[in-house]
Design a protein around this ligand. Structure first.
Ligand code: SF4
Ligand code: SF4
Length: 377
C-alpha cells in the first residue's frame, strides 16, 4: 500500500512537471497553523471589500471545506515571468506581470489540472480529486509551505529559493494519503526590508501583514468604487495590479522564464496604451479583454484606473481621451476623469470641467468636478 502511494506520487510529480509545473510538493490535509492569522487579518479590516473571504471563513479551517474527504494536497507552482517590463512612457499604464498574456491564467492552469485529473481517473477512478487555482477557500500559501515549496516572505507572497515568487500556485486535493514532503520551516528574508520600504502606498502594516485597503493590486482590481483620493498619486503608472514588492525582492533576480505563448505580452516592448481605452465601448472592450485577466475589473474599472494614471502623468496629450471619459455613461469613469483633468490643469482641461459641471447630475461626479475646479480657482 505504501509502495502504491509512493508510486502514485512519483507519477504525479513526473506528469505535473511535463505539464509545466516547475514546483511540486505534497502536504497532508490538516488545519493550517496560520488560520488564526487569517481571522485576525479579517477582524482588523485588512480584507477590505473582499467579502467572499469572511463569507467562507469556516471553510478555510480545513481542506475538507473545499473537498470533503481530502487526505493530501498536491501543491504546484507554474512560472509566469516572461520578458522584463519596459518603462511606461507617457500615456501608457503598467500591468502586473501575471496579467500580460492573452489568456486568463485560471483557464491556463485549470486546463492542465483537468488533464492531470483525467489521467489520474484512468489510473484509479475511485480517488476523489479536485483542482483549484486561487478561487477556493484554501490557505494555499500555508499548504505550499507545508509541502516544502518555500516560505512566506515579508511581502506576504510565497518565495522559493530557485523560482522567486513569479509563479501561480495551484492545488490538487486528493482523497488518498500520499507521502508528505518535509515542510519548509526556515525563513530567508533575513534583515531585508526592501519590499516594505518600496511599497508606494505603505500597504504593509508590519512584515507579512498587508492592509488590502492601501494595496494598489487590490485598489485597481478588486475595489469597485472610486479610488481613495489620497492614494491616487501613489498609484503612479499602475493601471492593473502592482509588482513593486516583487520586483525589488532579491529572490526574484533569478527564476524560470515561462515560454507558454498565452503568457507572453502581445507587444513585448510596450506597456498598455491608455488613450485608446477611451475609444472602446462595452462590446469592443469585451472583444479585446474577455479572455484576459483584465476582464475582471470590467471596462469601468480599467477606465477608472487609466484616468488616474493619466492624471498622474499630467500629459496634456491625454486631455481629449479624458474628455471622453468625462462624458462616459459610467459615473465611476466620469469621476476619475474629472480628477485627472484637474491634475493636468490646462486651459482645455478646465474648459471641459466647466462644461460638464453645467450638466452633471451624479452627486459623486459633481463632487469630483467641484474639487477639481476649486484647485483651478
Ligand atoms: S502590490 Fe504594490 S501596493 Fe500592494 S503591497 Fe505590493 S508594492 Fe504595495
Ligand atoms: S524583498 Fe526582502 S523582505 Fe521582502 S520578501 Fe523579498 S527577501 Fe523578503
Amino acid at each position: 500500500m505504501e509502495d502504491d502511494a509512493a508510486e502514485l506520487k512519483r507519477w504525479l510529480r513526473e506528469r505535473a512537471q511535463q505539464l509545466g509545473f516547475h514546483l511540486f510538493g505534497v502536504a497532508p490535509a490538516v488545519t493550517p497553523t496560520g488560520y488564526h492569522r487569517l481571522v485576525e487579518w479579517i477582524e482588523a479590516g485588512y480584507a477590505a471589500e473582499m467579502d467572499y473571504i469572511p463569507a467562507r471563513l469556516s471553510a478555510y479551517q480545513h481542506p475538507d471545506g473545499v473537498m470533503d474527504g481530502t487526505r493530501s494536497l498536491v501543491m504546484l507552482g507554474f512560472p509566469y515571468r516572461t520578458v522584463e517590463p519596459p518603462p511606461a512612457d507617457a500615456l501608457e499604464g503598467r500591468v502586473a506581470r501575471y496579467a500580460w498574456g492573452t489568456a486568463d491564467y485560471h483557464d491556463l492552469i485549470h486546463r492542465r489540472l483537468k488533464q492531470l485529473k483525467r489521467e489520474l481517473a484512468a489510473r484509479d477512478a475511485s480517488i476523489g480529486v479536485r483542482g483549484v487555482v486561487d478561487s477556493a477557500p484554501l490557505m494555499e500559501r500555508e499548504f505550499a509551505q507545508l509541502a516544502g515549496l518555500g516560505w512566506t516572505g515579508k511581502n506576504t507572497l510565497l518565495l522559493n529559493k530557485l523560482e522567486g515568487s513569479y509563479f501561480f500556485l495551484a492545488c490538487l486535493l486528493l482523497g488518498v494519503d500520499l507521502p508528505a514532503d518535509p515542510a519548509h520551516h526556515s525563513d530567508h528574508c533575513g534583515t531585508c526590508t526592501r519590499c516594505l520600504d518600496a511599497c508606494p502606498t505603505d500597504a504593509f502594516v508590519a512584515a507579512g501583514v498587508l492592509d488590502s485597503r492601501r494595496c494598489i493590486s487590490y485598489l485597481t482590481i478588486e475595489h469597485r468604487g472610486p479610488i481613495p483620493r489620497e492614494l491616487r498619486p501613489q498609484m503612479q503608472d499602475w493601471v492593473f495590479g502592482c509588482d513593486v514588492c516583487q520586483d525589488v525582492c532579491p529572490w526574484n533576480r533569478r527564476g524560470s522564464v515561462a515560454n507558454d505563448p498565452a503568457l507572453q505580452p502581445p507587444v513585448p516592448d510596450q506597456q498598455l496604451d491608455l488613450v485608446g481605452l477611451f475609444d472602446l465601448d462595452d462590446d469592443s472592450f469585451r472583444t479585446r479583454f474577455r479572455k484576459t485577466p483584465l476582464w475582471r475589473t470590467r471596462r469601468r474599472g480599467i477606465l477608472r484606473n487609466a484616468a488616474i494614471v493619466l492624471g498622474n502623468q499630467q500629459a496634456s496629450a491625454a486631455v481629449p481621451a479624458l474628455c471622453k471619459g468625462l462624458a462616459d455613461s459610467e459615473p465611476l469613469v466620469r469621476g476619475a476623469a474629472a480628477w485627472a483633468l484637474g491634475n493636468i490643469a490646462t486651459g482645455a482641461a478646465w474648459a471641459a470641467l466647466r462644461e460638464r459641471s453645467a450638466i452633471e447630475q451624479d452627486p459623486t461626479v459633481r463632487a469630483e468636478i467641484d474639487a477639481a475646479l476649486s484647485s483651478c480657482s
